[in-house]
Ligand binder design. Sequence first.
Ligand code: C2E
Ligand code: MG
Ligand code: MG
Ligand code: MG
Length: 281
Amino acid sequence: AAKSNGGGNHRFFAIEMEDAAQERRSLELDLREAIALDQFQLHYQPLVDLHTGRVTTCEALLRWTHPVRGNIPPAVFIPVAEETGLIIALGEWALNRACADASSWPREVRVAVNLSPVQFRDEGLGLQVVAALAKSGLSAQRLELEVTERLLLEDNDNTLDTMHQLHALGVSLSLDDFGTGYSSLNYLRKFPFQKIKIDRSFITDLGDGRDARAIIGAVASLGAGLDKTVVAEGIETEEQMNLVRSQGCHEGQGYLFGKPMPADDIRSRLDKPIIAIRRVA
Ligand code: C2E
Ligand code: MG
Ligand code: MG
Ligand code: MG
């Protein structure tokens, strides 16, 4: 089609681009008001100890219910929030909400909050974390902050300083989506991560052959050697759960254990194991 009518296509493409730009602008305007209008919610998804079946941590995931468009996924609005700087206020809201919710959970259950690199580079982050802990009364040991490899690519000195500051507060750091970016073994040595979350794509690929299995096994033993907790993301079947456990992963997360759910629902599921672990010899 591109060959047969280049001019027409070009015009069509220009209109599409204009639509996309307009769409983005309207999203941005709506995003600016969304916090004040109370359109955000946090859902929580459990991370489960693969030996006991108990929930160790609940990860907070943002949900935006747009009055006209309905649910807009984070993959759509987070990038806009990052480009406009709105992620600073939105991230602060999420941090406060998550700490407040977690303060009513059993003491052994932690909460994980995702942080954008934009938030990480903001000078106010340390104070935001201190304030969220103080307001909620949550102890710092119960807060985990998740960042991706995207953060580690640039600005290493400031990033490392901020991480050490957070670490000194007692907060722990997790490396999210491990294996999708420029995964470097050096990251694991240089930055103070307590948890490594192996990206869902490796768990999805477990079915087809030995490659994914070998990678998961290697990351799990590396993590164990470095005293880090290794988590497998995106576990949807019992078979995947058994495989990642046999490869040495400590924790799992995924639809098998529970989809992200509202605060009231997760609260009621934290008192007993979320799944029965059958001992396989
Ligand atoms: P993430 O932090 O890696 O979160 C895991 C994502 O995988 C979530 O998508 C979750 O719903 C999905 N997931 C979990 N288990 C399964 C499974 O078994 N199968 C499948 N197919 N999917 C599963 P969600 O909620 O759409 O979030 C997407 C991403 O948006 C997150 O990836 C995170 O990077 C970002 N995000 C979400 N909330 C926040 C936030 O509060 N702040 C920031 N900065 N980013 C956020
Ligand atoms: Mg995450
Ligand atoms: Mg993740
Ligand atoms: Mg992921």
